[in-house]
Design a protein. Structure first.
Lengths: 281, 298
């Protein structure tokens, strides 16, 4: 490649430049909209983002359709599945994907060295964390909406009847709160682990294996406080590790919401403290 | 323009940067040289707030980096040209950086044009060569129209055309009043356009001076080819000048061709060839940093 250009000199006039302006605390808050724009560009400019949304829709449709077509009845109650029940089932998997997405929003920046670029541009590191939290929460919300809509579509495609829909709106609301909070939990995990593969593996193993194992031997008063128990409680669903005993001891949805939010706040707080303490890579 | 004051960084028991102080003047290209492990990258990372110094500080016209309201409008830094997401296009990579720095989006196209990457703007960076990544990283540094450029090994991966372009560009940037602080292993390359040198070894400052002063450290050697080498050597020694015989020629230090040729002429000694050589900047710097090199060839 033959280059004929040179760096511009018209933007300089160095000697005439005023003294560099000093940053105040209020400037950091004012920088938030810019950081949000930047995070949004990062999020929408990767092929993995639409890929994730397509995966959420596919999982929602397939899960409801499989339940309607092949399983047909609830194994516990032996009653036929209804649309009112099944539309939210895939939201648990949506939440896991949202946590992974949140973790990658930070860990992949470490992996590719772009975190250093962001921190040299915006030295107030909390601004970057806040922007990532807001944008990933927004995407998590969108994933939740799409997942539930897909679950509804799959249930209709599978020919399920509506059933009792009286609590569906509340369930959808709690589900969307969960999918909005989940990426922030992932973000905190990503900031703590700082490694993409380790963060994703850790989330999946914890969600799908460890927590279910713990439920087999630990007292219910302890297991109901685990993060994914709180998530299942918010959705009002039973997971693989749940028994009649654990379901009976379940917290209320409001308690589960506070509990899950507490895990999110803790992860973000630890991650942010580490981000300030450690050198940026 | 840049003031580095008592910068110190320790990793465990190893002192990476040891009480380093120097100034980098505006309107000049300042080379930052030293062997591997000398603390160059750690110093540059501390200069942009990526690594916290244990002691000391760095200021840009009196303001520390972390207190700059718009850091990228004052300092453009390239510390690792590989720092980009492979799945993002060059344009989006810069757009995200511009948005974070509240720089108008039109600058993205301008800087891509300035570094010669406009035709690759919508390609994903995963397919970029190292040279293209260097250009894109430099474009990122230029986004805010900074007055200071901090570049760590910017010519890595560039082809000869690219290196010449970089050299001319950095010189032009400095000529217009900008401050260029550039680390490089290519000392011969650096010698072609740097005005000043900061030389470090084992984290300590070894020299901070104009390139001309560094070059002056390398004493001249006069090489003489003569069939009467033993006789000429004896005559030179009589004048207090040491000469070493190397094959069919004499190597004479701390003198000039004029002095040697005059002595030979006065004593009717035939000279077949006489030349003065000076040690290269690379040789001088290797001598200066040799004792502090962490890794050296056997």
């Amino acid at each position: 490649m033959t280059i004929t250009t040179t760096l511009p000199t018209d933007i300089l006039s160095m000697e005439l430049r005023p003294q560099p302006t000093t940053r105040q605390r209020s400037d950091d808050v004012a920088a938030l909209p810019a950081a949000l724009r930047s995070e949004w560009i990062k999020m929408r400019s990767l092929r993995s983002t639409p890929g994730l949304l397509v995966a959420v829709v596919a999982i929602g449709v397939m899960l409801s359709w499989i339940l309607a077509t092949f399983v047909k009845t609830d194994p516990d109650t032996h009653l036929p599945f209804t649309i009112g029940q099944t539309f939210v089932f895939s939201t648990w998997l949506t939440m896991v994907l949202a946590i992974v997405m949140g973790a990658l929003s930070f860990a992949s920046e470490v992996q590719h060295g772009t975190l250093a670029t962001a921190i040299t541009t915006q030295p107030a590191r909390w601004v970057i964390v806040a922007a990532k939290a807001v944008v990933s929460a927004g995407l998590g919300l969108a994933m939740g909406v799409l997942g539930m809509a897909a679950g509804l579509g799959g249930a209709i495609l599978g020919g399920l009847t509506a059933g009792d829909m009286s609590g569906s709106l509340a369930t959808a609301g709690w589900g969307l709160l969960l999918t909005a909070l989940a990426p922030m939990l992932g973000l905190g995990i990503g900031m703590i682990v700082r490694h993409s593969a380790a963060a994703v593996t850790g989330v999946l193993v914890w969600a799908l294996v460890i927590e279910n194992l713990v439920k087999t031997f630990a007292p219910v008063n302890f297991t109901r406080l685990l993060p994914f128990s709180a998530a299942a409680g918010l959705l009002g669903i039973k997971t693989a590790g749940d028994s009649a005993e654990t379901m009976a001891a379940a917290l209320t949805r409001v308690q589960d919401a506070f509990l899950f939010s507490g895990y999110v706040a803790l992860a973000i707080a630890i991650g942010t403290a580490l981000l300030y303490r450690n050198d940026a890579s | 323009m840049i003031t580095v004051n008592s910068l110190t960084k320790q990793y465990g028991s190893r002192t990476a940067v040891d009480d380093l102080s120097f100034d980098v003047a505006a309107g000049r290209v300042t080379g930052f040289v030293g062997p591997n492990g000398a603390g160059k990258s750690t110093t540059m990372r501390m200069m942009v707030g990526l690594t916290r110094p244990d002691r000391g500080d760095v200021t840009y016209r009196g303001v520390s980096y972390s207190h700059l309201l718009h850091p990228s409008r004052v300092v453009g830094a390239v510390l690792d040209a590989r720092s980009m997401h492979p799945g993002r296009t060059a344009r989006n990579h810069l757009a995200a950086a511009a948005a974070l720095a509240a720089i108008p989006a039109r600058r993205v196209g301008e800087v891509l044009d300035e570094v010669g990457l406009e035709s690759a703007a919508d390609q994903r960076t995963g397919g970029f060569s190292l040279g293209m990544r260097q250009r894109l990283a430099l474009a990122g540094a230029l986004l805010g129209g900074p007055e200071v450029l901090l570049l760590d090994e910017p010519s890595n991966g560039l082809d000869p055309d690219g290196i010449r372009w970089l050299r001319n560009s950095l010189s032009a940037f400095a000529d217009s009043g900008g401050t260029v602080f550039v680390s490089s292993h290519l000392i011969a390359e650096l010698a072609m356009f740097a005005d000043d040198l900061i030389v470090v070894g084992a984290g300590r400052l070894l020299a901070a001076e104009p390139v001309a002063s560094t070059l002056a450290r390398g004493e001249a050697t006069v090489i003489v080819r003569t069939p009467q080498d033993a006789e000429l050597r004896r005559l030179l020694e009589r004048h207090g000048i040491d000469a070493v015989s190397t094959g069919d020629q004499l190597s004479v230090r701390r003198t000039t061709t004029a002095v040697v040729s005059q002595i030979a002429f006065d004593n009717r000694i035939q000279i077949i060839e006489i030349a003065e050589t000076r040690r290269s900047l690379e040789e001088i710097l290797l001598d200066m940093t040799g004792a502090s090199a962490e890794f050296a060839a056997a």
